[in-house]
Ligand binder design. Structure first.
Ligand code: UTP
Length: 278
């Protein structure tokens, strides 16, 4: 019997410049911007842990050291607040650190998301893995998180899974857009994908958001993928190769997604979590 590999690893491409958030992102990684008191990346790690993953792999770049410090121990600080009411403020982070390991690699040149994922191969190896773009913040009040939903689909279909959302036609230029054949109300077998199409060229209004489960053959495909739109190595181009042989499923996930890479989405997420947690 073939042993089925579980998804235990999660890759966080976090090397981008975050230019839409300048000047704050000049010295602070975009992934460390807080929604209330937690950085975006911590939300992503929580979602991965909830989906039973325990190996967190982060692709960083220059000026991103705050990420490593956040998931490390700060003996002085922790000693200082030990036994006080403030100790609880770090308890969630402490639990995450106990449940998983963190490893880091650097993307030396910013050659796009596909290139960032390929840079993560050294941390992932030959295993299926999740990808989380931490600036897409997801929450499902009614049940399990988006990654946990996707892992179930991976377990069933044993191929790459991308999370998609319907977007207004005029916004297709911001996303990778898919087309394919419906398996049921929430699943599509993908046969076409276009990166950032103009509304008139978009094959649908189903946009890929920052949650993927990828099979490791994606690395070999990425190695052979030439720069695409914007001169960057696009994950969409590599996924299209898998889609051509029926190996990509798109999933209309349950829950909300906030585009925290934009100021509007960031403010919306802040209000949402403030109202939820107050
Ligand atoms: P974005 O398209 O949001 O780019 O990347 P960005 O640089 O972070 O932000 P803007 O557009 O300049 O404001 C999506 C995700 O892919 C990562 C980013 O860190 C982000 O998590 N990424 C992108 C990389 O890790 N490397 C890249 O070369 C490009």
């Amino acid at each position: 019997m073939v042993k089925v590999k579980k998804v235990k690893k999660c890759l966080f491409p976090a090397a981008g410049y975050g230019t839409r958030f300048l000047p704050v992102t000049k010295a602070i990684p975009k992934e460390m911007l807080p929604i209330l008191t937690k950085p975006l990346l911590q939300y992503g790690v929580s979602e991965a842990v909830e989906a039973d993953m325990n190996i967190m792999a982060v692709v960083t770049g220059r000026g991103k050291r705050a990420i490593e410090d956040h998931f490390d121990t700060s003996f002085e600080l922790e000693h200082q607040i030990q036994g006080t009411s403030k100790e609880s403020l770090l308890s969630e982070l402490k639990t995450l650190k106990e449940k998983c390991t963190f490893s880091y690699t650097r993307q030396i040149e910013m050659k796009g998301l596909g290139h960032a994922i390929l840079s993560g191969e050294v941390l992932i190896g030959n295993a299926p893995f999740a990808v989380v773009l931490a600036d897409d913040l997801c929450d499902n009040e009614d049940g399990e998180g988006v990654l946990a939903q996707m892992v179930k689909l991976y377990d069933k279909y044993q191929c790459s899974v991308v999370a998609v959302e319907e977007v207004p036609k005029e916004e297709t230029q911001k996303y990778g857009v898919i087309a394919g054949t419906a398996i049921n109300d929430e699943l599509i077998r993908v046969d076409d994908m276009v990166e950032k199409p103009k509304p008139e060229d978009a094959p649908s209004n189903l946009a890929i958001i920052g949650r993927y489960i990828l099979t490791p053959d994606i690395f070999d495909i990425l190695r052979k993928t030439p720069p695409g739109r914007g001169g960057e190595i696009q994950i969409t181009d590599a996924l299209l190769k898998q889609a051509e042989i029926g190996k990509v499923i798109a999933y209309k996930f349950k829950g909300k997604r906030f585009d925290c890479g934009s100021v509007d989405g960031f403010v919306e997420a802040t209000n949402y979590f403030y109202n939820k947690e107050k």
